[in-house]
Design a protein around this ligand. Structure first.
Ligand SMILES: Cc1cc2nc3c(=O)[nH]c(=O)nc-3n(C[C@H](O)[C@H](O)[C@H](O)COP(=O)(O)O)c2cc1C
Length: 362
């Protein structure tokens, strides 16, 4: 029997899936609703000193992703009451929107949140120097685990991570939505978002490859547990995140678009995957990609071949091949080896694994 529970910051979580900061964890009612699903840990929406409202509209579906300019929050005093009265067995991380606060105020808020019952604190900031400073100040005052959430594309990543670890951080989450981004309504020429200049942030399916690379790099540099968040929508993307080095896997856009049930589906997908692979624990997948990369031999100059027994003649490979290496001969798709440039694009659109390179499915 495979086991998908994980140990994280002294808690045993029923699975590695986490609802991270966003509108679905913005109030007592929503957190209590989320707690009924297969979620290992819940991060509150970013806590601000004062209650705030966002410019309308502030969340828009963007194909299979979202863009948002959501800075709404119920405010610190309401969060203290919320944490105090929360009834749930799921560990809660209170997440402080450090961006909008100086380090001393953020630390004072963290101390108050711990007194109100918070068992884990996270600081979120686009400025890594401020993050390091905040952790340094909070560490001597707070026994509870301290986390940070990093923005994407940090330069000097290794230095920032080492400074956070020596300041006493217990876990690192990455990453926040990507931005600022802009989308324009061509009927009017106006930005589609309600913020003054239309600036917003991109999250969801489109950002998965960016997050994966980031988590891979972060987990190369530090030993503290890492939470991968950004673009996870199903068990396959969650498993990729763990293989890249994550201990926990966050989601926000997927449950907004599909409902909380996406956590249940993802959790059972991970379990089935482990069972199929004969693995006992989800932790056995962690960081596999690091090992694979070390062992990897790079191949060049390989040519595609079509396995006729598997080919359904759908024709997608012919349509997409820009070097015109796929032809039809006797009603069968074939590769002209001299024309094939070995890019692999045809294999990526074949749903039947019928295209191989030197016998290897890529
Ligand atoms: C509508 C919305 C509101 C968000 N609010 C916050 C927030 O208050 N604090 C924060 O740290 N991240 C916030 N995020 C970012 C998410 O926690 C997460 O890092 C990001 O969306 C990437 O994950 P995803 O692709 O699963 O959505 C928000 C995201 C969305 C979509």
């Amino acid at each position: 029997m495979s086991n998908i529970s994980i140990d994280f910051l002294g808690f045993t979580l029923k699975n590695p899936l986490m609802l991270t900061e966003g509108p679905l964890s913005g109030s007592l009612e929503l957190i209590e609703k989320a707690s009924k699903f297969e979620i290992g840990m819940i991060f509150t929406k970013g806590i601000r000193l004062e209650s705030t409202e966002s410019p309308v509209p502030y969340i828009r579906k963007y194909e299979r992703s979202l863009i948002n300019a959501d800075w709404s929050d119920i405010g610190f005093q309401e969060w203290l009451r919320t944490i105090n009265s929360l009834q749930t067995d799921i560990p809660i991380v209170t997440s402080i929107a450090k961006n909008y606060l100086n380090p001393d105020t953020a630390v004072e808020m963290a101390v108050e949140l711990v007194k109100a019952g918070s068992k884990t604190i996270s600081f979120v900031d686009y400025d890594p120097i401020q993050l390091v400073d905040t952790v340094k100040k909070a560490r001597p005052l707070i026994k509870a685990p301290l986390m940070v959430k990093l923005p994407p594309f940090l330069p000097n990543l290794e230095d920032v991570l080492k400074s956070l670890v020596s300041a006493g951080v217990d876990a690192i989450a990455a990453m926040d939505s990507i931005g600022p981004v802009l989308s324009i309504d061509i009927k009017t020429g106006e930005p589609i978002m309600g913020s003054k200049d239309g600036s917003a942030y991109l999250s969801g399916k489109y950002i998965l490859p960016v997050t994966l690379k980031y988590i891979y790099e972060i987990s190369r540099f530090v030993d503290v547990p890492v939470v991968g968040v950004g673009g996870v929508t199903d068990y396959k993307s969650a498993i990729q995140m763990i293989m890249a080095g994550a201990t926990g896997v966050g989601m926000v856009t997927a449950p907004i678009l599909e409902g909380f049930d996406v956590f249940n589906k993802t959790a059972s997908g991970i379990k089935e995957y482990l069972e199929e692979k004969g693995l006992e624990k989800v932790g056995e997948l962690r960081g596999i990609t690091h090992r694979k990369v070390r062992e990897r031999n790079i191949s060049t100059n390989l040519k595609a071949e079509i396995n006729q027994a598997k080919c359904t003649s759908c024709g997608l490979c012919e349509k997409i091949c820009y070097s015109k290496a796929v032809i039809i001969e006797d009603e069968k798709y074939r590769i002209i080896k001299e024309k094939c440039v070995g890019c692999g694009l045809c294999a990526s659109v074949c749903s039947f694994d019928s295209i191989t390179f030197n016998g290897r499915i890529i």
